[in-house]
Design a protein around this ligand. Sequence first.
Ligand SMILES: Cc1cc2nc3c(=O)[nH]c(=O)nc-3n(C[C@H](O)[C@H](O)[C@H](O)COP(=O)(O)O)c2cc1C
Length: 203
Amino acid sequence: MLSINPADHKVSEIYKLMTGLIVPRPVALVSTVDPDGIANVAPFSFFCGVGSNPPTVLFCPVLRSSGDQRKDTLRNVEQTGEFVINIVSDSIAAATNATAAEVSPEVDEFELAGLTPLASQIVRPPRVAESPAHLECKLLQIVFTGQNPGAGVVVIGEIVRFHVQADLEDNFRIDPLKLDAVGRMAGNTWVHTRGLFDLTRPK
Ligand SMILES: Cc1cc2nc3c(=O)[nH]c(=O)nc-3n(C[C@H](O)[C@H](O)[C@H](O)COP(=O)(O)O)c2cc1C
């Protein structure tokens, strides 16, 4: 076994270790708006559910090393307190990847990626029409784990509305094969959720 002390290594090396070991990660395609209503959409794979009462999620836009440290998504959430998590199926994996382009805030990433904005019911950011499920969220808390480049910023939100493509849902159960979600591994590698197996939980 290799034993690695993170303090002895570059941030980029530690990032590679984490993204290689913490797999597979679901991908949140997060839509936000700035105070003028300009929409932004970007993927985040440091993402997970937190609890169901109240229904909460988190995602983490890390601090950049150059220019404005804050990603547009973080700045928008800080200023407006709202975001939408769009679930990423295989059919929108390439478009989702296209939204990760580092472009200036005034560029409409919906247009850039060929995605269609769809009005939300409760929050201002639009949903991604092509996504099979949307979680409208209101900000609960933002936690900075550091102030230097690469530091995590944990954005915690409460889900105030779920939208699920009707043919995916049966009595609140989601059909995973119809959802066909994708996840992220390290680097440019993604993963399908098609190799399912069951294990009966011990009593
Ligand atoms: C699949 C995928 C997952 C990503 N996950 C993250 C992440 O968890 N945290 C992060 O800061 N950036 C992540 N990125 C990079 C951001 O999407 C990228 O920096 C994006 O330009 C940020 O957009 P924004 O400035 O509009 O918020 C990811 C990129 C891809 C393609």
